[in-house]
Design a protein around this ligand. Structure first.
Ligand code: TRP
Length: 437
């Protein structure tokens, strides 16, 4: 099974607006439904602490963003959807990466440099108002990405430099400790619209020109009425070029609807009518999601459960990798192993920390096996076999050197079970390492 792992984070400082929806949320939800893609989407709340010291705002934003993604159709069964601060392996990896990242590299980060330039221009100390968190921003982001061996990271253009830094940092780590980390690539969606805001500039919280995605209908209508237009009267032909109203309409409409609106502009539609049409078109897409959103906001325990389950799922990937990395850098137990200094001479994982196969017979007389991780989490539940020998052969096949684990696991799994091939793979690797093969 060749699958591509896609990962992206959303900083939890704001309230999602139409620009976030069109530019990030909608395409990400669509991409998560493609076959052969394994998506990791998370709420970057540690990143939020860098720019926001208002606890209530971070908490509220986390709720709103989580509810938005689920209301927009993200299927938490299909993707891994979690909150950054639920994954302790992320700050742990941040530290390890911080020890190989050059300070000179981080000096070049745009966000840091912008602050230094601002200070210098104002005649202040270069590092005035610069926290270590801001300086380390790219390292934390590298940890987010590298911990899950993500190959593709969809981001806005302003984040490309951070992905390049993650690559640099991963390469430094691999150079020192072996090929353990995957070098990620930024993915910039070419055909995704950047939405203009009320004033025609890019829709952004920092310009205070946004239309929130989930406000009550009347409020949405009022916001849309506030979009700037020129002073052409009804009956006068209007320009679509450079019209914020037209661009927002286009982002929601089908090609046919867009063509009809273009014609209406040429025919001199009044701005009031055009805004009404825009409101109706946006509302048609947003209204069904609004109800789901509201019910999730009203019952946060449902979202909390989803996030907890997401964190457990994410950690099935993160925990084995951080174990490998700890071992590679020399953070090892003192007993129970010959301490080597290279990845080739690895310490055997301690007994208690190993995944295990269990074979058993059910009341139906059939034989089955299951694979559990070290913590007892079920990774693979097998189908029924008529004889114990068949179950044992399936286990042996999974453990054979060079086995196509994804295919074998899929073949052995109980009908309808979804398996996390990477977690199975990681568990088998740990077992193989423990056997010393
Ligand atoms: N820095 C990103 C932003 O502001 C959010 C983010 C945090 C992120 N960690 C990430 C994006 C990892 C992609 C991958 O948009």
């Amino acid at each position: 099974m060749s699958h591509q792992r896609v990962l992206t984070g959303i900083t939890t400082t704001g309230t999602p607006h139409l620009g976030n929806y069109v530019g990030a949320i909608r395409p990400a939800v669509a991409a998560s439904r493609l076959a052969g893609v394994e998506s990791f989407y998370f709420l970057a709340d540690y990143h939020a602490l860098i720019k926001c010291d208002d606890p209530a705002r971070i908490h509220r934003s986390t709720l709103e963003i989580a509810a938005t993604w689920v209301a927009a159709g993200l299927d938490p069964e299909r993707v891994t959807f979690y909150r950054q601060s639920d994954i302790p392996e992320i700050p742990e990896l941040t530290w390890m990466l911080g020890c190989v990242a050059g300070k000179g590299l981080l000096n070049r980060a745009h966000a840091y440099k912008a602050q230094v330039d601002k200070n210098t221009a104002a005649g202040a100390e270069p590092d005035a108002d610069v926290s270590i968190g801001l300086f380390m921003y790219p390292v934390l982001m590298a940890a987010d990405i590298l911990l899950f061996k993500a190959g593709k990271v969809p981001v806005g253009r302003d984040q490309i430099q951070h992905i390049e830094m993650a690559r640099d940092i991963a390469a430094s780590f691999n150079h020192l400790y072996g090929e353990l980390l995957v070098l990620p690539q930024a993915a910039i969606e070419a055909d995704v619209a950047t939405l203009p805001g009320l004033d025609g500039r890019k829709m952004s919280k920092s310009y205070d020109n946004t239309i929130p995605l989930f406000v009550p209908r009347d409020e949405m209508k009022r916001r849309i009425q506030a979009i700037v237009t020129d002073s052409r009267a009804p009956g006068e032909p209007k320009q679509t070029e450079g019209s914020a109203l037209f661009q927002i309409y286009q982002a929601f409409a089908t090609p046919e609807e867009t063509a009809a609106m273009r014609q209406a502009f040429a025919d001199g539609i009044g701005w009031g009518d055009a805004k009404q049409k825009l409101f109706e078109r946006v509302d048609r897409e947003v209204a069904p999601m609004r109800d789901t959103y509201q019910s999730l906001i009203d019952r946060p325990s449902r979202l909390e459960e989803l996030l907890q389950a997401g964190a457990a799922k994410a950690r099935r990937t993160a925990t084995p990798l951080i174990g490998e990395l700890r071992n590679a850098v020399g953070l090892r137990r003192l007993a129970g192993a010959a301490a080597g200094s290279t990845p080739q001479a690895q310490q055997k994982p301690a007994r208690a920390a190993l995944p295990s196969f269990k074979q058993y017979r059910e009341a139906d007389g059939q034989f089955r096996f299951k694979l559990q991780d070290a913590g007892g989490v079920l990774l693979l539940q097998s189908r029924a076999y008529a004889a114990p020998r068949e179950a044992a052969q399936a286990i042996a096949a999974l453990q054979a050197p060079g086995a196509d684990i994804a295919a074998l696991a899929a073949g052995a799994a109980e009908a309808g079970a979804s398996i996390d091939a990477d977690a199975v793979f990681a568990a088998l690797e740990l077992l193989a390492a423990a056997r010393g093969s």
